[in-house]
Design a protein around this ligand. Structure first.
Ligand code: ADP
Length: 314
């Protein structure tokens, strides 16, 4: 049956980041190296919230891949790790906390050339013991191979009785054909139990930035539940049975919004698997997202359950 079982699997591209505490990349002199990736953030976020999470990824066979593999092992989160020939994705980030950081993403996806059968065996074997799989639009756009792997994983997850969440996570540079982009992202959203779009990407994907219209669009595609992220304005959540609620808005001092959407996803899935009602899981998601913005760093910014419960109780 569907349900919590052994926890959550996330699948995505890990990347090696270089972060500078300077106003811009051009002004940066020294960088700290870190491990990142939207789906890894979600796995770490879930783990800190007490939900068992496994992360599946493909790394390149270069020195950055070695670094990422080493950092992954040091995290407490179990990983299904594959290596492929080619460089690992790299990003540069600069920010002094006075606004959104400047980000430069390089060599996206060149390591993501493994075919689905090469990626999936380790993952598919886990599915019967898991309750939920979280996917993003990033792996749908990286390469034909990563798209097929994502679509195959979706089928395998549904077949194994797992619930599925989907963050369209629109990265425009990955897509050369906008119509194809919409078709592919909509096709996965239609199969998902839960879709988590940001309002700005929803504008590009659905033609509307009105949260209720975005909700109606995704429910109309066939999703069972939708949560639209509205940045500092919180979020709107709705289920196919006609329930629609607005999240609480948490007044926080935001210094770095990167990772807020990933924290939101972790909080939402944690609430969903924990059996919380719609308002409760939406508020939990919004609380995690708000806490992420109060810290620099991506996966390091994910709060633990105690902090989230404290904000929710405030
Ligand atoms: P995404 O980057 O995926 O579009 P958002 O930036 O909308 O995600 O952030 C996800 C969620 O985190 C929001 O829906 C909101 O609940 C919370 N959040 C984000 N920024 C803030 C903020 N400045 N203050 C309070 N909550 C925030």
């Amino acid at each position: 049956g569907r349900g919590h079982r052994g926890g959550v699997l996330t699948f995505g591209e890990a990347l090696v980041g270089y972060a500078a505490a300077s106003p811009s990349l051009a002004a940066a002199t020294t960088f700290d190296r870190f491990l990142g990736g939207a789906d890894l953030n979600v796995a770490v976020g879930l783990h800190r919230l007490g939900v068992p999470a496994t992360y599946a990824t493909v790394l390149g066979d270069d020195a950055h891949g070695d670094f990422a593999a080493e950092r992954l092992r040091a995290l407490d989160v179990p990983a299904v790790l594959r290596r492929a020939s080619g460089p690992t994705a790299v990003m540069f980030k600069a920010g002094d906390g006075s606004g959104d950081p400047e980000v430069l993403q390089l060599r996206r996806g060149t390591a993501f050339a493994l075919s689905a059968p090469e990626v999936l065996p380790g993952v598919a074997a886990l599915l019967p013991g898991l309750g939920h799989v979280h996917l993003t639009g990033i792996t749908l756009g990286i390469s034909p191979a990563s798209r097929q792997a994502t679509l195959d994983l979706l089928e395998a997850a549904v077949g194994a009785g797992c619930t599925v969440s989907f963050d369209p996570n629109l990265r425009l540079p990955l897509w050369s054909d906008r119509d194809e982009m919409r078709d592919v992202l909509h096709a996965v959203a239609a199969r998902a139990d839960l879709v988590l779009p940001g309002v700005e990407e929803a504008r590009l994907l659905t033609g509307s930035a009105d949260p209720e219209a975005v909700v109606a669009f995704y429910l109309g595609l066939g999703a069972r539940e939708v949560a639209v992220k509205l940045g500092a304005r919180g979020a709107v959540g709705a289920t196919a049975d006609g329930n629609l609620v607005r999240s609480r808005r948490f007044a926080v001092e935001a210094v770095d919004t990167v990772g807020a959407g990933d924290g939101f996803a972790a909080g939402y899935v944690a609430g969903l698997l924990g059996g919380e009602p719609l308002q409760g899981r939406l508020d939990r998601a919004a609380a995690v997202g708000a806490l992420v913005t109060t810290r620099t760093g991506d996966l390091d910014a994910m709060p633990d359950r105690t902090e989230v419960d404290a904000l929710l109780a405030a």
